[in-house]
Structures are given as structure tokens and as C-alpha cells.
Design a protein around this ligand. Structure first.
Ligand code: HEM
Length: 171
């Protein structure tokens, strides 16, 4: 997975819980305290997934609460700062959702078989269905990211979870 995900985890932990907590998290996943993450590099999925799934206890959180807080930071702080051009050119939540799949394909051109896919279809006027597909199965993270993306755009929505990774968004 691209380093941007691990970098987001690092910034979230350091800014919320401090540098010592990040060192503890690295230790938890058997990485050296000097481990360096660069946004565009490739980070082995075994490492990225451990950072997403196995450091919550170090922070004193359940996995669900950790995922919620991380998704909030990712959508309201990290992504808007790191990917300003997307947020400058895409102005509304429906447009952003329509472009979600393209954004991920564009960002990970050379690794497309692992890249998460997001298919969007219109169910009725003001109602779309999004299906998240990834062999990494991070559908809880997807759910919270969607909630905070809507918060970023200050767009009131009704979000209904049909099953893992399938969500309907009413505007
Ligand atoms: C400008 C905004 C965004 C950019 C540039 C971006 C970019 C990326 C990149 C580069 C990855 C790593 C993918 C890989 O290496 O295979 C990633 C992962 C991910 N992104 Fe985004 N993303 C953005 C917004 C979103 C939003 C709004 C959502 C959901 C609502 C989302 C959901 C995910 C998920 C769940 C992953 C984890 C990887 C997986 O499930 O396989 N992203 N994103």
C-alpha cells in the first residue's frame, strides 16, 4: 500500500498522542523507533495493515474508536492538506464520490490490482449507492471515512449500510 496511509497514521498518533506514543506503536508492530515513512513510497501491506489493525490498544482505544478517530483525522486534516489540488477542483460531495475511484486509480497507477475500487451507481434522484471493494477489507474504515468526507463538505446526508462495503448515500 502507498506510504500515504502509514504516514497518515503516524501524523495522527504524533499530533494526538505525542511522539512517545508513536514509538510505542512502532514497537507494537515490531518496527524500529527510527522507522521512516515517505508518502509516495510503497509500504508492505503487512506493515500498513498492522498499523491500521493492531495499535489501538497501545493508544487505549477499541479498534472501532481508533478507526473512527483516524478516519476523522484523515478526512478533515490529512487528505485536505496533502492533496489540496483535488479539494480545489472538486467542489461538492456528490462530485467527490463520483471521482473517488478515479482518484485512487490515478494515485496508484502502477499497482492497480491492489488499489481499492469504488463503484458508484444512481439508485434514484438524490440517492446513490457506493460499493467499496478491496482485498484488504477495510470496510469499517471506509464507513467512517465516508461520514467524515460528508462532514468536510458540510453536506447533510443520510448514510445507510446495506452490508460490508455497500453503502447508500441520500442527499
Ligand atoms: C483526495 C482524496 C484521496 C486520495 C488522494 C486518496 C488516496 C489514497 C491512496 C494513494 C491510497 C493507498 C492505496 C494503495 O496503495 O493501494 C488510499 C487508500 C485508501 N483510501 Fe483513499 N484517498 C482519498 C480519499 C479517500 C476517501 C474519501 C475514501 C473513502 C470514503 C478513501 C478510502 C480509502 C481506503 C479505505 C483506503 C485503504 C486501502 C484499501 O482499502 O485497499 N480514500 N487512498
Amino acid at each position: 500500500m502507498r506510504g500515504t496511509v502509514a504516514k497518515c497514521v503516524e501524523r495522527f498518533v504524533v499530533e494526538t498522542y505525542g511522539a512517545k506514543a508513536w514509538k510505542d506503536c512502532l514497537q507494537q508492530v515490531n518496527l524500529p523507533a527510527t522507522y521512516n515513512i515517505s508518502v509516495m513510497s510503497e509500504v508492505d501491506d503487512r506493515i500498513s495493515l498492522r498499523l491500521l489493525n493492531e495499535i489501538h490498544e497501545v493508544l487505549g482505544l477499541t479498534h472501532e474508536t481508533y478507526t473512527d478517530k483516524l478516519a476523522k483525522y484523515w478526512m478533515l486534516v490529512y487528505a485536505p492538506e496533502t492533496y489540496k489540488p483535488f479539494y480545489r477542483s472538486i467542489k461538492t460531495l456528490p462530485d467527490f464520490l463520483q471521482k473517488l475511484d478515479w482518484i485512487h486509480q490515478f494515485m496508484v497507477k502502477d499497482n492497480s490490482k491492489n488499489t481499492p475500487r469504488f463503484s458508484v451507481k444512481k439508485i434514484a434522484e438524490g440517492l446513490i449507492q457506493i460499493e467499496y471493494q478491496s482485498e484488504r477489507n477495510l470496510h469499517v474504515l471506509f464507513k467512517y471515512m465516508l461520514i467524515y468526507l460528508a462532514e468536510y463538505f458540510k453536506q447533510p446526508v443520510q448514510i445507510k449500510y446495506l452490508n460490508e462495503g455497500v453503502v447508500q448515500v441520500g442527499f
